[in-house]
Structure formats: structure tokens, C-alpha cells
Design a protein around this ligand. Structure first.
Ligand code: UT7
Length: 326
């Protein structure tokens, strides 16, 4: 049986930092409120003139270097993002161009904060088909480009980052072992950005009405995020006969420390098995999970059981069971 193994990982986090103190000078908020309610201390901000593909390209270049892969040998490049450089061409195309990837097919995936686990599922099936042997899955967002810095209920939450992995075939018992993914469009009113699409193309009116920014009803999203991420993580554990001892790592989407802790508790995991870096980066949407994997890479061992779980706009959510391959 062929499985898709992650054989290398890279990430890019922009240098510039926006702290809670900085934010408290722009909107009526405080470090105390943000730390208690969300768990974010600071977030990184990409330069105004740069786009998501600039971060993606840095992450992909690192993956190519670490896996000793020539750009021309990449066969597929998938980019999960909600903040593409442009409506079209795709951010995958822009990233491929910046990395010298010339012989691949490529496209974007839009699954909001669940983007990386969606793209991992798609990339993994390209490998399983037997036709493709080098698949890049990149994911990330320039969330600051769609954040309203007049809205204190959303502006502390988001930051910019991207990550990327190489997927290659393996016949060993490692790689993407299982996945459960969902979409439910019934909650659009609670989490969306309506401006700039085909129903509300950019106009003076869409700008005046702040329609080019993330709109979120935090409490509704919070409630669904906790229950759906916890349910799907427990489901994937049970159907793969895993328990709180045999799961080595939980890699949760980083939207709120309270959501992360609630999911870890439902799975019965001790806190030292739960990857948390939200305090440094905030919610980088599709970027959170690959950035965690990148930062924890040196602690991961071949055969470790990882559960990746995310929840985001759509709503989209799910979990992936991954056995670390190196
Ligand atoms: O990644 C995609 C999925 N997104 C998520 O998973 C996010 C899910 N939601 C959340 O993480 C939380 O709902 C938030 C962090 C967004 C908000 O936290 P909350 O505990 O749900 O706060 P709240 O919206 O219930 O607001 C509590 C109070 C309100 O004041 P009153 O009405 O109680 O007087 C808000 O006006 O906190 C106030 N508030 C703030 N105060 C200081 C809201 N934002 C701020 C702020 N600073 N930045």
C-alpha cells in the first residue's frame, strides 16, 4: 500500500511584530484582555507590498533545500490560502514562479483555517494515485491584509505566516494514515468576508461598508470550534485504536488558547503533548499547523502519532492522523 509521507517541512514568519501594547494604542483593548480571552501576546506582520506567495515561496525553498529536491522535479504544488495574492492567477502559480517550479500542475485550495489539513488530504491522494511522487503542500495567510484595525473584536486575533511540506510515496507504516473532513455552509452569516467576490465585487460601497475585512461573531464560532474539533479528534483517535498514551502530539489550529486546551482535555492528553505557539503568532489561518510542525520538527521522531485538527470559515473542520516519517 502506498502512503504519502511528509519528508521535509519549511516555514516563513515575517520579522515585523505587532504587540498587544501596540494594539492597545489603536483600539480600546489591553494585553490583559487578549492574554486571558485568547492567549496571544504578539503577532507578525508581512510588509504591505508583499503577498502570501512571498511567504509561501520562502517556506517552499526551505523544503526543496532540506529534501534535496530540484524545483524542476516537483510535480504538484497545492497552496491553501484565504488571502491569495490575487483573485487569479493562483497563489500556487505565483509561488511556483518564485521557486523555479516549471514542470508541475498547481492550484489553490480555499478552506479558510482548515486549509492545510484539506490540502494535505488532496496532496496525499495525488501520491496514493501512484502517478505523482513529489507533491508540495503549502499553506498560509497574510491575515493582516483582511483585518480591520478599527474592530477590537477581531484585530487582536490575526497574524501572517506560511508553511510548506514535501509529500513523497512510502510503503512503510508512516505518513498520512487517516483523515476526516467536513464542510457546512449553514453558518456563513457568522464568519465571512463578503467583499471582492462575484456577489459583491469591489466598489466604493463595499469599501465604505468594511466588506473587505473578516467579519466574525466570536462566541458562535468559539462554541462550534470547540465541539467540532474535539468530536472529530476523538473520532479519528477511536477509529484508529489510539488513546491518550499512544497519541504523541496534538497539532491544533491556533485560534484561541481556550479552544486548544478544551480539545486537548477532551482527548485526555497531557498539556506537554499539545503544540501551542499562539502567543507568538496569533491566528495565521492556514499557516498555523505547518508552522507548529516546523517549530517542533526537532522533537518529532519517526513513528510518532500526530493528530492534526482545525476549524474555520465555511464552516470547514476536520482531523488528520499522521505518523511522522523521519
Ligand atoms: O480561526 C477561525 C475560527 N475562529 C475562532 O476559532 C475564534 C473563535 N472565537 C474566539 O476565539 C472568541 O470568541 C474571541 C476571542 C473572538 C472573543 O472572546 P469571547 O470570550 O467570546 O469574548 P466576547 O465576544 O464574548 O466578548 C466579551 C467582552 C465583550 O464586552 P461586554 O459585552 O461583556 O461588555 C466585548 O465587547 O469583551 C469585549 N471585548 C473586548 N474587550 C477588550 C471584545 N473584544 C475585546 C478586546 N479588548 N479586544
Amino acid at each position: 500500500m502506498i502512503r504519502a509521507a511528509i519528508t521535509g517541512i519549511g516555514a516563513y514568519i515575517p520579522e515585523a511584530i505587532l504587540t498587544n501594547e501596540d494594539l492597545s494604542k489603536i483600539v480600546d483593548t489591553s494585553d490583559e484582555w487578549i492574554m486571558t480571552r485568547v492567549g496571544i501576546k504578539e503577532r507578525h506582520v508581512l510588509a504591505k507590498e508583499k503577498g502570501t506567495s512571498d511567504m509561501g515561496a520562502e517556506a517552499v525553498k526551505l523544503v526543496l533545500e532540506k529534501t534535496n529536491t530540484k524545483p524542476e522535479d516537483v510535480e504538484v504544488i497545492i497552496f491553501a490560502t484565504t488571502t491569495p495574492d490575487y483573485i487569479f492567477p493562483s497563489t500556487a502559480a505565483m509561488t511556483a514562479e518564485k521557486c523555479g517550479i516549471k514542470n508541475a500542475l498547481g492550484f489553490d485550495i480555499q478552506a479558510a483555517c482548515s486549509g492545510f489539513i484539506y490540502a494535505l488530504e488532496v496532496g496525499s491522494n495525488f501520491i496514493k494515485s501512484g502517478k505523482y511522487k513529489k507533491v508540495i503542500v503549502a499553506a498560509g495567510d497574510k491575515m493582516t491584509s483582511i483585518t480591520n484595525y478599527k474592530d477590537r473584536t477581531t484585530c487582536p486575533l490575526f497574524g501572517d505566516a506560511a508553511g510548506a511540506v514535501m509529500l513523497e510515496p512510502t510503503e512503510e507504516e508512516v505518513g498520512v494514515m487517516d483523515s476526516i473532513l467536513h464542510i457546512d455552509g449553514a453558518f456563513t452569516a457568522h464568519l465571512h468576508m463578503y467583499g471582492g467576490g462575484s456577489i459583491h465585487p469591489a466598489s466604493h460601497e463595499t469599501v465604505d461598508k468594511d466588506m473587505h475585512y473578516v467579519y466574525q461573531e466570536g462566541q458562535v464560532v468559539f462554541k462550534h470550534a470547540v465541539s467540532k474539533m474535539a468530536d472529530v479528534s476523538v473520532e479519528i483517535m477511536e477509529r484508529n485504536h489510539l488513546n491518550n498514551e499512544t497519541v504523541d502530539w496534538l497539532v491544533p489550529h491556533q485560534a484561541n488558547i481556550r479552544i486548544i486546551e478544551a480539545v486537548g482535555n477532551r482527548m485526555g492528553l497531557s498539556p506537554d503533548k499539545v503544540m501551542v505557539n499562539i502567543q507568538k503568532y496569533g491566528n495565521t489561518s492556514a499557516g498555523t499547523i505547518p508552522v507548529c510542525l516546523y517549530e517542533w520538527e526537532s522533537q518529532l521522531k519517526k513513528g510518532d502519532n500526530l493528530i492534526l485538527t482545525a476549524f474555520g470559515g465555511g464552516f470547514t473542520w476536520g482531523a488528520v492522523y499522521l505518523k511522522w516519517a523521519y
